[in-house]
Design a protein around this ligand. Structure first.
Ligand SMILES: [Zn+2]
Ligand SMILES: [Zn+2]
Length: 1022
């Protein structure tokens, strides 16, 4: 049996990954790893819960891949970790999902269906999708403690939020706000500031100019503009800008002069002169309007950018309007109910929605000659983030937490957090500086029951735990199966002040409370005794076996060392978690954060099912495989949107082939030559006198890779890992193997040892990113041939680094650059790649002797010399992506100077133009050589290739063509790489055989070459 299992020509990623999942399962690899690390240093990762409401989408995989990458990295480094996955289980997401599944479409329909039944459906949905998500996450390669997930609808989680709310109440931060709020009429609830950002759509609304006749000025009227005609029945005032100029048209209409420049007015006045005038409202005949006296009020914020400069004010249907009502003592008419339908005292509009009244409002105003102009407008308008219904403003009583006191503390806490990328720290600061009081109440059903029991004596009773509820209950305990509606609503308690029976408010809580409490609820913050299975209470009983740890455990694992979610979580989970933690402990709940942007399709558009461009997780996993997805995600700079799709995936697969082919090359020749590796070589690299310079270089290059990737992992920077890995594989394949092939054809121990070492170390450092392929190849290269090797790459420790031979690394990098430039020069000359040339001249760098030979061989030149290169022409252009940002407006002048040749060449590839010094990577340099020379230059290094041919060179060119042809024929004929052959050539090749017969024979493994009567070369096995 050969020591190494041969590799197929290309990897079948999917089959390979399923095999590895099976292997991990069989061997208990993850359990072994956890066992090994138990008692080691702790690394606390706290998982942000994924909503268990649907199968995973592709964007979920991005975050979950990153989480797994760093947990694996830390595990290999010996850190003890918790691996607790979390599911978000209650609130609008789940409710609306269940409503759709049941075909319900209003709160009334939910209530008719029955709250208990509805709650059961919500729980079933969570159970179903948490299982789907678990399976998909495992397929992605996530290693988590899957039997002990946390579910945010557990009674324990809810109790911990109650504890927080009680604290907030004791501090005096909790209040019932009476205010105008953005409201979803379909969901029947108000929404919070953090739910509105990014929830805007382009919507067409009417654009309506309406006349309000002035009472004491016959023939004169104010003209207002609105895009929400439904608010007009609730109009109580009109606002003008006091210091703006208003003009009277000859038809009696008042408008702001700034809105109609150039128009002739009968008379103009300052806005303040209009203040106090009374006007006829648009719907005075409605019962709701009976007592209203409509008048003009001053408002400095009236916009002169749109409309007429006169603003219609309806305090019950707009938030600024509501604020103005307090300042000016205006009546507040609230026209619509929770479902967005008009109340009874709105006449013919009663029972209709805001959309349904649009037309009748316009028709009625038109009938009375009040419409000045009627058109339509397309504008960005807020919609419900959950059901996409356009939002309206409504006056509501909401429970809010004041953020005045906590704001500065949260800013201070954020200053202690390390953000990656670091500028997101400022984004968090911006959010904290601008955050409003936290609206925590939602008028819904399956959510955190707010533990507020207001009493008519004025006392607000807030319950802080389940035992407290039990102790103070006066009825309903017997049926309390869990802390959800409808059961919890049945429990009444005794008022603390007057002992009356009091009921809970009907509202449930913002879902971000559920996720925000996680660092406390799951870690047993205020728990005296460890309770086995004690977290999995209430709705989560049976779904999870998670323990409720004790306070000592919390001390060990709080704050989290690291959290990672997408950027929008700044105003969501990062915020709610920090709000709760700073309130409870005065400190940030996490020490460092990795955040990332959005996932788009491969053309840069957002993914939408209806656009046909969305890829869900299941499809991506089936068609790309987990490794390719993980590599795609890890290669992405997280501060930019990722373009995700099959095109980029193919590119990753293509790049991976270089690694695959390198391993395959090694395995093929190691089997032929019977090479057996020694596991000890992985410690400090192969230690033998036989190492050549190139071997020492690859060892140093490998250690450099370990160093680069370690630094990148330590700073949570996956693009640094993949970039270093790609560059290393390129060096290994296109320099080391390419330059050393011959040594593998005839057993060279040092070469085998060096290449094995380099390949295995590379697998070890890429394994957290690409666990499946790395594990597979670890099996091939290490487990099978080395008896004493760990069975998994994850059970091997992290590779160490020795003293780097920096000089050698720099030398080879210089040699590779010269070769690269030589190839460029050759391609501009139009000469064939195989054609030998007389010499190469190099300027701007030096090469050690050993590397001069390598360069000459790579470029097929007889000699490499150093000297000045005369070029007839030197063209320098700006490298725009680099220079643009650096120079800004100055770019034009520099570009013109370069184009005109008005520049000076400086040391080291730098240039001076238009007073600016330009670095080598800021310019694109093109040199034209003298006749007979091909020239290329980059970063201050210039090479010139002599292109003139003589008969000797031409003959050698023909020999190389022939060798290439014969080797292709060998392959096509299916000869093994070690087979010896006999060759018969046409007579036209006689000269080649005569001059270079030995050379040809050596290159094609021929034992004999003859010239005969054939038209084409013939091969036969020897
Ligand atoms: Zn909604
Ligand atoms: Zn009371």
């Amino acid at each position: 049996m050969p020591p190494f299992e041969p590799l197929p020509a290309v990897p079948d990623n999917n089959a390979l990954e399923l095999r590895i999942l099976d292997l991990w399962e069989r061997e208990g690899t993850f359990e072994q790893l956890r066992e090994r690390n138990r008692g080691g240093p702790k690394w606390s990762f706290i998982d942000g819960p994924i909503t268990a409401n649907n199968p995973m989408a592709a964007h979920h995989c991005w975050g979950r891949a990153l989480k797994d990458v760093f947990q694996r990295y830390k595990a290999v480094r010996g850190f003890d970790q918790r691996y607790q996955n979390g599911f978000d289980c209650q609130g609008l997401w789940v409710e609306v999902g269940v409503e759709r599944a049941l075909g319900l479409n209003s709160k009334q329909e939910i209530e008719e269906y029955g709250l208990a039944e509805f709650a059961e459906r919500c729980k079933e949905r969570v159970a179903e999708y948490s299982e789907v998500i678990t399976e998909q996450s495992k397929r992605l390669g996530m290693w988590m403690d899957w039997d002990n997930d946390y579910y945010t609808f557990s009674d324990t989680n809810i109790e911990y939020i109650w504890r927080f709310l009680k604290t907030v109440h004791e501090r005096g931060w909790l209040y019932l706000g009476h205010r105008s709020t953005e409201w979803c009429p379909r969901c029947g609830t108000s929404l919070s500031q953090h739910e509105l950002i990014n929830s805007y759509e382009e919507i067409t609304h009417p654009s309506l100019f309406v006349r309000f006749p002035l009472k004491d000025r016959p023939g004169e009227s104010l003209v207002i503009w609105t895009t929400t005609p439904w608010t007009l029945p609730a109009n109580v005032a009109a606002a003008v800008k006091p210091d703006a100029e208003y003009g009277l048209r000859d038809n009696g209409e008042w408008v702001a002069v700034a809105r109609h420049p150039g128009e002739e007015f009968v008379r103009t006045v300052r806005g303040e002169e209009l203040v106090g005038l009374e006007y006829e409202g648009p719907f005075d005949y409605l019962p709701a309007q009976a007592e209203v006296v409509h008048r003009v009020i001053p408002w400095d914020d009236v916009s002169l950018e749109e409309g007429t400069g006169i603003v219609h004010i309806a305090p019950g249907a707009g938030s600024e309007d509501f604020e103005l009502s307090k300042v000016h003592g205006l009546p507040v008419l609230a026209p619509i109910d929770e479902a967005g339908r008009f109340y009874a005292d709105y006449g013919e509009f009663e029972g209709r929605s805001t959309e349904e009244v649009e037309k009748p409002v316009i028709v009625e105003l038109d009938r009375r000659g009040r419409i000045v102009e009627h058109g339509s407008i397309v504008h960005r308008y807020p919609v419900c983030w959950r059901c996409a219904t356009p939002l309206v403003f409504r006056i509501a009583d909401d429970w809010l937490i004041s953020c005045d006191e906590v704001r500065e503390q949260m800013l201070a806490a954020n200053a202690t957090v390390e953000w990656t990328p670091d500028f997101y720290s400022k984004r968090m600061d911006d959010w904290l500086r601008n955050m409003d009081d936290w609206n925590i109440s939602r008028r819904r059903y399956f959510g955190l029951p707010l533990p507020f029991y207001p009493c008519e004596c004025g006392k607000l009773n807030v319950i802080g735990s389940l035992p407290e509820l039990r102790e103070r209950a006066t009825a309903g305990l017997d049926q309390l199966q869990e802390l959800h509606r409808p059961w919890v609503d049945e429990v009444t308690i005794a008022c603390e002040s007057c002992s009356r029976d009091v009921r809970r408010v009907a509202e449930v809580g913002d879902a971000w409370l559920d996720a925000g409490i996680v660092p406390f609820a799951t870690l047993g913050w205020q728990n005296d005794e460890w309770q086995e299975g004690g977290y999995a209470t209430g709705a989560s009983a049976g779904l999870s076996g998670a323990d409720l740890p004790d306070h000592a455990y919390w001390e060990q694992w709080f704050p989290g060392d690291w959290v990672s979610e997408m950027r929008e979580q700044i105003r969501l989970w990062f915020y709610s978690q920090s709000f709760m933690s700073v309130t409870l402990t005065g400190r940030s709940p996490y020490n460092s954060v990795l955040t990332y942007e959005k996932l788009l399709d491969e053309t840069g558009r957002e993914m939408h099912r209806s656009w046909g461009n969305s890829i869900d997780a299941a499809e991506a996993l089936d068609n790309m495989g987990a490794d390719v997805m993980r590599l795609l995600f890890c290669a992405q700079v997280p501060s930019q949107n990722i373009r995700f799709g099959y095109g980029p995936a193919r590119e990753i697969k293509r790049r991976l082939l270089t690694l695959w082919n390198s391993v395959s090359f090694f395995v093929t020749y190691a089997n032929i030559e019977g090479y057996r590796p020694s596991y000890a070589d992985l410690e400090a690299g192969p230690q033998t006198e036989e190492l050549r310079t190139l071997d020492r270089w690859l060892v140093a290059r490998t250690q450099q890779l370990v160093e680069e990737t370690t630094t990148a992992y330590e700073s949570f920077w996956t693009p640094g890992v993949t970039r270093a890995f790609d560059a290393f594989v390129d060096d290994l394949s296109n320099w080391y193997i390419r330059r050393s092939r011959r040594r593998f054809y005839e057993y060279d121990d040092a070469a085998f040892r060096t290449l094995w070492y380099a390949l295995v170390q590379a697998l070890r450092v890429i394994a957290p990113v690409m666990p499946f392929l790395a594990e597979q190849l670890w099996g091939n290269l290490v487990v099978e041939p080395c008896e004493d090797a760990p069975q998994s790459v994850f059970l091997a420790s992290w590779p160490g680094t020795a003293q780097l031979e920096n000089g050698l690394l720099e030398e080879v990098a210089a040699a590779r650059r010269v070769v690269e430039l030589g190839r460029q020069a050759r391609s501009t000359s139009g000469l064939k790649h195989r054609q030998p040339l007389r010499r190469l001249v190099v300027q701007g760098t030096t090469l050690a002797d050993a590397h001069m030979v390598e360069v000459a061989e790579e470029l097929r030149v007889k000699a490499v010399e150093f000297g000045d290169i005369e070029s007839t022409e030197l063209l320098v252009k700006p490298n725009l992506p680099r220079l643009g940002p650096k120079l800004g407006k100055e770019l034009g002048a520099v570009r013109a100077a370069l184009q005109a040749g008005a520049f000076e060449e400086l040391e080291g590839g730098r240039f001076r133009a238009a007073g600016h010094e330009l670095d080598p990577d800021e310019v694109l340099v093109e040199r034209r050589g003298l006749e007979g020379w091909a020239v290329a230059a980059d970063h201050g290094v210039t090479v010139a290739l002599e292109t003139a041919l003589d008969p000797e060179l031409e003959l050698e060119g023909r020999v190389l063509d022939l060798i290439h042809q014969l080797n292709s024929m060998r392959k096509d004929a299916g000869f093994a790489v070690t087979d010896r052959i006999r060759v018969t050539l046409p007579r036209s090749h006689a000269e080649l055989v005569e001059e270079h017969g030995d050379w040809i024979a050596r290159e094609v493994l021929a034992v004999g070459i003859e010239v005969g009567d054939v038209d084409e070369p013939q091969l036969a096995k020897a």
